[in-house]
Design a protein around this ligand. Structure first.
Ligand SMILES: Cc1cc2nc3c(=O)[nH]c(=O)nc-3n(C[C@H](O)[C@H](O)[C@H](O)COP(=O)(O)OP(=O)(O)OC[C@H]3O[C@@H](n4cnc5c(N)ncnc54)[C@H](O)[C@@H]3O)c2cc1C
Ligand code: SF4
Length: 502
């Protein structure tokens, strides 16, 4: 029986972030562990609602009130079990998820203080490591069926673990030199230190999952070869086609890059630092892309832009502007627009924003300015209004509002246009739809029989929690397709959408 008065006795509290001057001098995670006393106090705030709306916010169907109560009573081993019953990788979601469960928590109604669900989650996940490590689960006798998983992000890895635990032989193919998808080289260490991925991979390997890195499916191995070697294929190649702005004058200048190029180069330097290799971020052709001493302009307002901001601070940028096309959102939920328990449009400030830089809202880039040598020296912006007409976005500059910002490095973080156009698609006989994603039938198969799809490749650029949910559900469908015994958990179907008011 949970404490019915916990939320009256305790306010919502999170552990203090590491001080800004300390944390921007290294790449370690921003949040220190919460400590048992704080986390048990916060778990006590959960009311174990008759209808736990937090469940509806989370596509994984996490048993949130159950593990809150287990933490409250100090029953950590059972909390670890309960958490892993619905989520293969709570150490990732606990660190990285924007927590739609908290937006849906009953304690958040009317501007109240939701339970710190995500913090409780990460503390349980870390307790699992502290209390004996991520032990491999015993796997059943081999079924004799084999599955190829293409792409090693959270969707591919969740599916791989589920299928291996059902007795299938699973091989994960990844074109990069390391496993993890965006978790590995997209998301910086100050949000997710990479030992968390490595620990989990050791568990998957011990459960029988085979990993093959440096294999670009469609190039190094054909779809035909893969289909001949395996009984089913799961495509989990992400949505990595970065949106560009080719029509903006000056786009071709040196120093104007896709945000992902910057993040991947920076994360590779951090990964290599253990080997004592040099510290300046460069592209694979040697082009410098480091922010050290530079005026940086980041275009975009989402996760990718905030990650570039945090990286620029740690690289020692002289100054950073982050530009957003839209006006500054409100600080609190506008209930008329986004009623509880939906995901609200509010100003989202990441730890990187606390570290410096200036956010500029309701502006659009008119031109990247040449210094006369083909290198960018500035960004000319104008204030704009944005409206939707007939489903189209109309951006109108305000006359006389133009000004120039200094810029030696410009990073485009303006979103993704779906999965990349690559040889693998045609070889497997699957097509990108109008959103650049790959459609799935209700059983997660693509247009090609025996070829399944999950994660960002199916959904479009989304969240880790959705990637894991889709990976689990696609694994359940593959298990059924292979005639496996019993059913695996399938938290979502391909048509499932986040909670929304309209
Ligand atoms: C910079 C950034 C920060 C983000 N931060 C957050 C966050 O804080 N919280 C959050 O919830 N979400 C965040 N996201 C979104 C989240 O990372 C993605 O939704 C999630 O990683 C999608 O998982 P996935 O498995 O579908 O694909 P991905 O993680 O993209 O993995 C796809 C993998 O497929 C591989 N691949 C592609 N084609 C081939 C091929 N032909 N052969 C072999 N391998 C191939 C790719 O190399 C890649 O490793 C962020 C995204 C970005 C870009
Ligand atoms: S909605 Fe909030 S208070 Fe209710 S069970 Fe979920 S976490 Fe606990």
């Amino acid at each position: 029986m949970p404490d019915p008065n916990g939320f009256l006795r305790y306010d919502r509290r999170l552990p203090a972030r590491r001080p800004v001057p300390v944390r921007i001098s290294d790449w370690r995670e921003v949040y220190p562990p919460a400590g048992e006393e704080l986390i048990r106090e916060q778990a006590t705030r959960c009311m174990d609602c008759g209808i736990p709306f937090c469940h509806d916010g989370c596509p994984l169907g996490n048993r949130i009130p159950d593990w809150n109560d287990l933490v409250r009573t100090g029953n950590w081993d059972a909390a670890v079990e309960s958490l892993h019953a619905t989520n293969n990788f709570p150490e990732f979601t606990g660190r990285l998820c924007p927590a739609p469960c908290e937006a849906a928590c009953v304690l958040g109604i009317g501007g109240g203080q939701p339970v710190t669900i995500k913090q409780v989650e990460v503390e349980i996940a870390d307790a699992a490591v502290a209390r004996g490590g991520l032990r491999p689960r015993p796997v059943p006798a081999p079924t004799g069926r084999s599955v190829a998983v293409v792409g090693s992000g959270p969707a591919g890895l969740a599916a791989a673990q589920q299928l291996a635990r059902a007795g299938h032989a699973v091989t994960v193919y990844e074109r990069d030199d390391a496993i993890g998808g965006l978790l590995r080289y997209g998301i910086p260490d100050f949000k997710l230190e990479k030992q968390h991925i490595d620990r989990r991979l050791a568990q998957l390997a011990a459960e029988g999952v085979q990993f093959r890195t440096g294999v670009d499916v469609g190039v190094d191995v054909t779809a035909e070869q893969l289909r001949a070697e395996h009984d089913a294929v799961l495509l989990a190649c992400g949505a990595l086609q970065g949106r560009d702005t080719p029509e903006t004058p000056g786009r071709q200048l040196r120093g104007v890059h896709q945000a992902m190029a910057h993040l991947v180069a920076a994360n590779r330097v951090v990964a290599a630092a253990g080997d004592g290799r040099p510290a300046l971020a460069v592209l694979s052709d040697g082009t410098p892309i480091d922010a050290a001493g530079k005026h940086v302009v980041i275009i975009g307002g989402g996760d990718t832009a905030a990650d570039c901001l945090g990286v620029a601070h740690r690289q020692g940028a002289a100054g950073v502007h982050q530009l957003d096309l839209y006006p500054e959102p409100p600080q609190t939920r506008d209930a008329a627009r986004d009623p509880w328990p939906t995901w609200p449009w509010v100003l989202r400030s990441y730890p990187a924003h606390e570290e410096g830089g200036e956010r500029v809202f309701a502006v659009a880039v008119q031109e990247f300015v040449d210094d006369g040598t083909g290198q960018v020296k500035g960004v000319r912006i104008a204030e704009v209004s944005v409206e939707k007409r007939d489903g189209r976005r109309i951006v109108t500059p305000l006359p006389g509002s133009e000004r120039e910002l200094p810029a030696d490095l410009v990073l485009l973080a303006i979103g993704f246009e779906g999965t990349e156009q690559q040889p693998l698609l045609e070889q497997f006989g699957v097509r990108r739809n109008a959103r650049g994603a790959v459609d799935a039938r209700p059983d997660w198969q693509t247009d090609a029989d025996g070829v399944f799809v999950a994660g960002d490749m199916h959904r479009g650029a989304s969240l880790i929690v959705w990637a894991i949910a889709e990976g689990r559900a696609a694994a359940a469908a593959i298990h059924a397709y292979l005639g496996g015994v019993g059913e695996l958990a399938a938290p979502v179907d391909p048509a499932r959408q986040p909670l929304a008011a309209r």
